[in-house]
Write a protein that binds this ligand. Structure first.
Ligand code: 23J
Ligand code: MN
Length: 262
């Protein structure tokens, strides 16, 4: 790899035909957070909360700044392998210890928007992936697999979380599809538009939360709460997604960017 290649990238970014697409939503108090089934007494992730410290006023005449707090898994965010019990024993598996090389990788974008609109409980199968590969070519090792559902286009939190008496109804994964991606394709990780990488009914799947279980059990990472996946080509985008360097963090809100040739 040459310095010329790297400088060509810099020129591409400076108006030379490489676009930067922002795949992140805006963090704000109304940012939707995961609603787990209530009956088990599982802990609750804090929503985003922000408080002004000063704004060029008596609390700080020349400066504006805020305090904020939220769960690690709030809004557009990164899931590290340590997040799940199945990933707890790997080395360098937390936000502060993952090799930085894993934060920049190409992406394959699988469009399941029509299927998800027709059925909010749609689950990606191995067949679905193989059909995509027949059209676009095999998923290269080290790529992110981004699951486009257009779920980020829902205009209310109610529609986005899609909660019913029997829990949330949002698209997810057949366990075999996740295993196929980690073992047969050795992906970098899996990214979704929904509030978490698993589907809304995943607490009742076998294994429970199969995407989290199998993805992190293979020492792979997740991205959740993505938007603008409809602006990406099926192949050829490069994703930049470094989580905050939280000591032993299980994840963090993340600004996720895609580089796309234009
Ligand atoms: C904990 C338990 C279940 C789920 C999740 C977290 C997430 O989706 C997450 O943000 O990692 S489904
Ligand atoms: Mn998460």
């Amino acid at each position: 790899m040459s310095t010329e290649t790297l400088m060509a990238l810099a020129q591409g970014l400076a108006g030379g035909g490489i676009k930067v697409v922002d795949l992140s939503t805006t963090l704000q108090p109304s940012t939707p957070t995961l609603q787990l089934p209530k009956e088990f007494g599982w802990g609750v992730s804090w929503p985003f909360h922000i408080e002004e410290i000063s704004r060029y006023d008596e609390r700080g005449p020349a400066w504006y700044w805020n305090n904020f707090k939220c769960g690690e898994h709030t809004g557009t965010h990164f899931d590290a392998p340590i997040h799940w019990v199945s990933g707890q024993n790997f080395e360098e598996h937390a936000t502060d210890t993952l090799p930085a090389e894993r934060f920049i990788a190409p992406a394959c974008v699988m469009n399941a928007a029509a299927e998800s609109a027709a059925n909010p409980d749609f689950l990606i199968s191995v067949d679905f992936i193989k059909t995509w590969e027949a059209q676009h070519g095999e998923i290269e090792a080290g790529s992110w697999l981004l699951y486009r559902t257009d779920w980020s286009k829902k205009t209310s939190n109610e529609a986005y979380l899609n909660m019913a008496e029997d829990g949330a109804h949002t698209p997810g994964w057949e366990p075999e599809a996740v295993t196929f991606l980690t073992t047969e394709r050795d992906v970098c990780g899996i990214g979704v538009e929904t509030v978490g990488t698993d589907g809304g009914q995943a607490a009742g799947q076998e294994p429970m939360f199969p995407c989290h279980n199998l993805l992190h059990g293979a020492n792979k990472c997740g991205l959740a709460g993505l938007c603008n996946l409809d602006l990406l080509p099926p192949k050829g985008a490069v994703i930049i997604a470094p989580p905050l360097k939280i000591k032993e963090g299980s994840g963090s809100p993340t600004r996720v960017l895609a580089l796309v040739a234009s």
